[in-house]
Design a protein around this ligand. Structure first.
Ligand SMILES: C[S@@+](CC[C@H](N)C(=O)[O-])C[C@H]1O[C@@H](n2cnc3c(N)ncnc32)[C@H](O)[C@@H]1O
Length: 281
C-alpha cells in the first residue's frame, strides 16, 4: 500500500466508525420497524416528500443501466422493487433478484411486480453479508439505501458477487460539498420528513427516526468521496452524474476483469469519469 492509499483507507475507516457510532441503534431492528411502518405508502410518500422528483431520478437511474438478454441482475436493498422492475421492462430476458432485509417492503414489491407481469425473485437478507457465491451477477443496482449501510462492507460484498467485468450502479442522496447548500438541504429535508410523517400518519417508529434520517444524509459522503471510495475498493471506470449541487448523484463503476464483446462499460463515455488515485487527500 502506498502512503496515499493508507491515508485514504484511514480516512474512510474513520468516517465509517463515526457513522456506525451514530447509527448503530437504528441500523439494528429500528430500521426494520420503520420500513414495516412505511411499506404500504412508501412509493407515494417518496413522491410527495421529493415533490415528484424521485420518479424522475429513478427513471434516469434505471435508464442508465446497460442490460443485455440473459443478464443476472441483483437489486440490493430493493424495497418495493421500484428499481428492479425497470431493467425487466427494458430487457424481459434478464433475470432480476431482489434482496432486502424488510419482509414488509418486499411483500409490497412482490405484489407490484406480479401486477405488472414480472417475476422478481425475493431474498430477505442483509446487504453486508450477501447470500450469493462470488461472481454471480452481471449487474448490481443499489438506490437510496447506502446512507443506512456500513458502506465499505456493503460495497465490498457488491464487488465480490459481481462477475469480472460486471457493473455496479448506485444512486443516493448525498452530502453536498458546499456548506450553504448543505444547510439549506438539511432544512428542506427536516421539513419534508416531518410533513410526510404527518400527512401519512406515520407510526411511532418512523416518527421518532425523522431527525436520524436527516443526520444520515449529513454524515454521508459527498459525490467525490463516493467515487474515491469506489476506487479505493477496487472498482474501475467510475463515473458520476450529480444533481442540484451534489444533493443526489448516480455513480456507475466496473469490477475489473474480462469483458465479453458488447459487455457493460458504464464509465467509458460518461461525464465526470473518475480516474482512481487521481485525487489526493
Ligand atoms: C429508502 S428504501 C429504498 C428502496 C429502493 N431501493 C428504492 O429505490 O425505492 C431503503 C431500503 O433499504 C433496506 N435496507 C436497509 N438496510 C438494509 C440492510 N442492511 N440489508 C438489506 N436491506 C436494507 C430497507 O429495508 C429499505 O427497504
Amino acid at each position: 500500500m502506498t502512503s496515499t492509499q493508507e491515508r485514504v483507507a484511514r480516512y474512510f475507516c474513520g468516517r465509517e466508525v463515526a457513522r456506525k457510532f451514530a447509527f448503530s441503534r437504528i441500523w439494528g431492528d429500528e430500521l426494520d420497524a420503520v420500513f414495516s411502518d412505511v411499506a404500504p405508502y412508501y412509493d407515494l410518500a417518496s413522491n410527495v416528500a421529493s415533490l415528484g422528483s424521485c420518479k424522475t431520478w429513478r427513471q434516469k437511474f434505471v435508464n442508465g443501466v446497460e442490460i443485455r438478454p440473459g443478464d443476472e441482475v441483483l437489486d440490493l436493498c430493493a424495497g418495493t422493487n421500484a428499481v428492479g422492475i425497470g431493467p425487466l421492462q427494458r430487457e424481459p430476458a434478464a433475470r432480476v433478484r431482489a434482496l432486502d432485509r424488510s419482509r414488509a417492503m418486499q411483500a409490497v414489491g412482490g405484489q407490484i411486480a406480479r401486477a405488472r407481469g414480472f417475476e422478481i425473485e425475493s431474498h430477505i437478507g442483509d446487504a453486508h453479508r450477501l447470500p450469493f457465491p462470488d461472481a454471480s451477477f452481471d449487474i448490481v443496482t443499489l438506490q437510496w439505501a447506502s446512507r443506512h449501510l456500513r458502506v465499505v462492507e456493503a460495497f465490498s460484498e457488491v464487488r465480490r458477487v459481481l462477475k469480472p467485468g460486471g457493473s455496479f450502479y448506485h444512486c443516493d442522496m448525498l452530502r453536498p460539498e458546499n456548506r450553504i447548500v448543505q444547510a439549506l438541504y438539511s432544512a428542506y429535508l427536516k421539513a419534508c420528513v416531518s410533513a410526510t410523517a404527518l400527512i401519512f400518519r406515520s407510526g411511532p417508529a418512523a416518527w421518532s427516526c425523522r431527525d436520524t434520517f436527516v443526520l444520515a444524509v449529513e454524515m454521508f459522503y459527498t459525490s467525490r468521496e463516493l467515487s474515491e471510495l469506489l476506487a479505493h475498493l477496487g472498482f474501475t471506470e467510475i463515473s458520476n452524474e450529480d444533481a442540484v449541487g451534489g444533493v443526489m448523484a448516480v455513480h456507475s463503476a466496473h469490477k475489473p476483469g474480462a469483458h465479453k464483446p458488447g459487455a457493460h462499460n458504464p464509465g467509458a463515455h460518461k461525464p465526470g469519469a473518475h480516474k482512481p488515485g487521481a485525487r489526493q487527500r
